[in-house]
Design a binder for this molecule. Structure first.
Ligand code: PLP
Length: 451
């Protein structure tokens, strides 16, 4: 380690608190300091090269060295580095981006509201729906339905929608009315003797039973990721989303498709709802919207929702919600350039074309003695490590195998994300066939070295 990185590491330990980290362990091991990026690769402060197999945090579609995004940010900073969108103020990049997103997203979405993070976007959705339903004279219609292992963020409301124990434990969440349904992951949650179709039918019956018990007039919305990503890369069973949509429509329950990861082609279709054949009333977007070069998220929603909110804002003389950085000009300018690159380079088409090769690579590990399930869709995949393949018994204590794999992966020059004992991959959408082959080779060497 160089003197600089030594002192940087020491300063990191002395002066920061890392998200999603065992902080005492971090004090002992120190940070992995990433110093620069180039295409699908990043380099640490000692010059070691890694393929970024998770695109940062599932987000850097265009890779780590896209100069056009730096130029777009620079140009916008010179022209108008900041302006807000409160009280009817506006600026061209946020208007153009809203227009672009309405054009890209499926019908019936006609409106955009901007925030800086996926969590803020989902908090905004909760508040929009409460504001709307109060305005419509149905103040009891406030509850949300989510799923165990769903991930919707970490703020008080979005963290409540999230269905992961690690995000609730000792944070006193959930703090809003939310019911978490069974996780739609057949490998882990299917019952003895049940096939996938029977599993889907059981999950849909559970949804109907919850609506019956709670009363449809108390349930505002169902929120879900088309494919659950941060919960472990869990594609839904066949027919699941079509069934959810049918039941929600029959009960006047809004459908929110949280596409913070699935949006912009990740699953081989422009949006995840199109992969699984359902039509949401609201879509949450973030991450690949700017390739994470700037923080930005968008809530896309339908005209009836807008009209109801607008009516209530007229009654109260305000829609009293918004962030200093809502529609930030530099972030929205970068998003516009990023989406132009995604279109010009046909990165959504690239993801669709490489899906077969990438998924075949992931599934080639299915026979490995430590792999319980190899799964995914589009350019996202995971290996679930198990101590016993026949009984699906997880490693004990939870997470150790994943953490070991992570460390060996780093040595082999591959960054992925271990979620407990699930190894998740989600490479930048600029990957080539050769990159996919190299990712699988490095993953193979990592798996070969697992104790
Ligand atoms: N929703 C989904 C589906 C996500 O995957 C994430 C983050 O990974 C979020 C919401 C929260 O986004 P953020 O971390 O920007 O708050």
């Amino acid at each position: 380690m160089s003197a600089l990185s030594n002192s940087l590491a020491a300063t990191d330990i002395a002066s920061t608190m890392h998200p999603y980290t065992n902080l005492r362990q971090h004090e002992a091991t120190g940070p992995l300091i990433i110093a620069r990026g180039d295409g699908v690769r990043v380099y640490d402060d000692r010059g070691k090269e890694y393929i970024e197999g998770l695109a940062g945090l599932w987000s850097v579609a265009v890779g780590f060295s896209e100069k056009r995004l730096a130029d777009a940010a620079y140009k916008q900073m010179l022209q108008l580095p900041y302006y807000h969108t409160f009280s009817s103020k506006s600026h061209e990049p946020s208007i153009r981006l809203a227009e672009k997103l309405v054009e890209m997203t499926p019908e019936p979405l006609t409106r955009a509201f901007f925030t800086s993070s996926g969590s803020e976007a989902n908090d905004t959705i909760v508040k929009m729906i409460w504001f709307m339903n109060n305005g419509l004279g149905r103040p009891q219609k406030k509850k949300f339905i989510s799923r165990v292992k769903g991930y919707h963020g970490i703020t008080v409301a979005s963290g409540s929608l999230t269905g992961l124990p690690g995000n609730h434990r000792d944070f006193d969440l959930p703090a809003i009315p939310v019911h978490h349904l069974t996780c739609p992951h057949f490998y882990r949650f299917g019952q003895e003797g049940e096939d996938e179709a029977a599993f889907t039918a059981r999950l849909l019956a559970e949804l109907e039973a919850v609506i019956e018990a709670e009363g449809a007039d108390t349930i505002a919305a169902f929120i879900g990721e088309p494919l659950m990503a941060a919960g472990g890369v869990l594609p839904p069973p066949a027919g699941y989303w079509e069934g959810v949509e049918r039941i929600c429509r029959a009960n006047d329950i809004l459908i929110i498709s949280d596409e913070v990861i699935c949006g912009f082609g990740r699953l081989g279709t422009p949006f995840g709802c199109q992969k699984y054949n359902f039509t949401p009333d609201i879509i949450t977007l973030s991450k690949q919207i700017t390739s994470s070069y700037m923080p930005l998220a968008a809530v896309m929603f339908s005209e009836p929702i807008y009209q109801a909110i607008a009516d209530n804002s007229a009654k109260l003389n305000n829609f009293g919600h918004g962030f200093t950085a809502s529609g930030h000009p530099v972030a929205t300018a970068v998003a516009l350039e990023n989406l132009a690159i995604i279109e010009e380079k046909d990165l959504m088409g690239n993801a669709a074309r490489l899906e077969e090769k990438f998924q075949a690579g992931i599934r080639s590990f299915a026979d490995h003695p430590l792999v319980g399930e190899a799964r995914g869709a589009g350019l996202i995949g995971a290996l679930e490590l198990v101590a016993d393949k026949a009984t699906k018994r997880p490693f004990d204590p939870v997470g150790r195998a994943g953490a070991v794999a992570n460390r060996i992966g780093h040595e082999e020059g591959l960054i992925f994300r271990s979620i407990g004992d699930q190894l998740a991959l989600c490479p930048p959408m600029i990957v080539t066939e050769d990159d996919v082959a190299e990712i699988m080779a490095r993953l193979g060497r990592t798996m070969d070295r697992l104790p």
